[in-house]
Design a protein around this ligand. Structure first.
Ligand SMILES: C[S@@+](CC[C@H](N)C(=O)[O-])C[C@H]1O[C@@H](n2cnc3c(N)ncnc32)[C@H](O)[C@@H]1O
Length: 302
């Protein structure tokens, strides 16, 4: 049964859309219903109409609703192999392309970033890769999410040790400060690279001219049609030659499957094709030595 076949559910989703602008009508129905039922159970209700009355009487219930409909699970360097591929393949290609075109701005977007671990992980690997050349580029990382509470957490940059278990000690020492109470705070030279924006990928215009878009573990909640529409938005938002990274259980669907080139199917890394004339050069992956060499050259010229 489609969401629209259940009048009570449709009334609820319409109410939520009218009041808050959140459109859940194209989220996968099974998980949507499971989560809505947990809210109904919480209030001992048997119908969606009853829940509409709760929302009217207690508007703060909208926060609980969005919390249960958006799954915020995330961690630093989630799926380390993918981050390794970013480090070894994607970022070197982006840097090579920037150098060739003499562009300074590198723009990355983590869409559905939850509490920010993903954009901050990306900031760390960019810093590691660029080394002293960091100042040669204007690095902008946008983290966006529909969930304001998750974004507030991202902006706080405060972590219990368990949240940082996936991090190498080296990265922990370099990019975090230990503070009172055994917690850690991300250093400002990392956090300043990331900007967080409240943004609904269904409703809002995408952030344009991106070199890398990470959208991992979000499309999985959308139905096929919405997945396709979203993927085409990413296509539009990427610079030619820009990279799209999906979650490990997500893939390209519909027209998007033909629009993107595959870089690594297992790791779900795709690419918007470059202009034909530039393809040969842009395939070249710079080794760390080559990047160091380029950086050394740039520094000497100063
Ligand atoms: C499971 S988390 C993924 C976090 C991170 N990308 C990762 O893979 O570790 C999914 C995130 O997508 C967000 N989300 C759900 N619907 C969204 C929408 N329409 N627009 C933007 N973000 C959305 C949720 O709030 C949640 O934070």
């Amino acid at each position: 049964m489609a969401v629209t076949d259940d009048p009570g559910l449709m009334r609820l989703l319409t109410k939520v859309y009218e009041e808050k602008g959140w459109d859940f009508t194209q989220y996968k129905q099974a998980s949507l219903l499971r989560r809505l039922r947990s809210r109904l159970n919480k209030h001992n209700l048997g119908s969606f109409d009853g829940y509409i009355k709760v929302l009217e009487a207690q508007p703060q219930e909208y926060n609980e609703l969005i919390n249960s409909l958006t799954i915020n699970v995330t961690e630093f360097f989630r799926n380390p192999e993918m981050f390794q591929a970013l480090d070894e393949v994607v970022i070197p290609r982006v840097i090579a392309s920037k150098l060739r075109h003499q562009h300074k701005i590198i723009k990355a977007w983590s869409c559905g970033c939850s509490s920010g671990d993903e954009p901050y992980s990306l900031a760390m690997i960019f810093l590691e890769k660029l080394g002293e050349a960091r100042d040669k580029f204007l690095l902008a990382i946008i983290g966006s999410d529909i969930d304001k509470a998750a974004l507030d957490e991202a902006r706080q940059m405060l972590y219990a040790k368990e949240r940082l278990n996936a991090l190498d000690n080296f990265l922990l020492e370099k990019y975090f400060t230990r503070i009172e109470g055994g917690k850690f705070r991300l250093k400002s030279f990392v956090s300043s690279l990331a900007r967080f924006r409240h943004h609904d990928i269904i409703r809002d215009r995408p952030f344009m001219r991106c070199d890398i878009i990470l959208c991992r573990n979000l499309l999985i909640y959308f139905n096929k049609q919405l997945q396709e529409e979203t993927l085409l938005k990413f296509y539009e938002a990427l610079n030619p030659g820009g990279f799209l990274v999906l979650g490990m259980v997500e893939s390209l669907v519909g027209a998007a499957a033909n629009a993107f080139e595959c870089v690594d199917n297992r790791l779900r890394i795709y690419r918007k094709p470059e202009d034909k004339a530039l393809i040969y050069d842009s395939q070249k992956v710079l080794s760390q030595e080559e990047i160091d060499g380029v950086v050394a050259g740039m520094l000497e010229k100063e």
